[in-house]
Ligand binder design. Structure first.
Ligand SMILES: [Zn+2]
Length: 185
């Protein structure tokens, strides 16, 4: 279970562990909270009152400090896991679903023809389609694309990089997606 850490201005910063979230609470760096309470930590006893300190962690927190991420100059890094999630584990050529272990990163313009390893030149493909297409473009191979690639936004990137997102975190991230995002199911 991860906590969605945002800047005080509400821009996503990172997925952090419960323990990392507690450190933000303890350092009094949490400016606001959203979502559900997902964990309670019991700290030490106050020497004066004998009361035990308690930190309640929410699923979404806004923290102070200078944001590390500027959404306007961010290009999300390309990984197979995020690519397959972007394409919903569907082969771009035959439309069959594939599991992560058997999906492949397929270069639309092959690397051998100076294609680049970027979000806009890759799609998810099953092994047999990738093999059949080989070192050819879709036109050369007479294999049309069933969907087009796109560069995920910062918000989409946060959805793609975590496979176990809590319902309220998902709702929050989805509310920021462009209307044409493929992640709208
Ligand atoms: Zn296929």
């Amino acid at each position: 279970m991860k906590v969605l850490k945002l800047s005080a201005q509400g821009l996503p910063q990172s997925w952090i562990s419960l323990e990392e979230a507690v450190l933000h609470y303890a350092a009094d760096e949490v400016r606001w909270e959203m979502g559900a309470e997902i964990a309670v930590f019991h700290g030490g006893h106050n020497a004066m009152t004998g009361r035990q300190s308690i930190i309640t962690v929410n699923s979404i927190i806004g923290t102070q400090g200078v944001p590390r991420i500027n959404p306007f100059d961010l290009r999300p890094t390309l990984t197979n896991s995020k690519l397959f999630a972007r394409d919903r584990n569907v082969c771009a050529y035959c439309g069959e679903a594939c599991h992560d272990e058997v999906c492949t990163r397929e270069h639309i313009v092959p690397l051998g023809q100076n294609g680049r390893d970027t979000w806009m030149n890759v799609v998810t493909a099953c092994k047999s389609c990738n093999h059949r297409k080989g070192n050819r473009t879709p036109e050369q191979a007479h294999m049309g694309l069933l969907y087009t690639p796109y560069v995920p936004s910062l918000w989409e990137d946060f959805i793609l990089r975590n496979r176990r997102i809590l319902a309220d975190q998902m709702e929050f991230l989805m509310s920021h997606l462009p209307k044409n995002s493929r992640l709208h199911a």
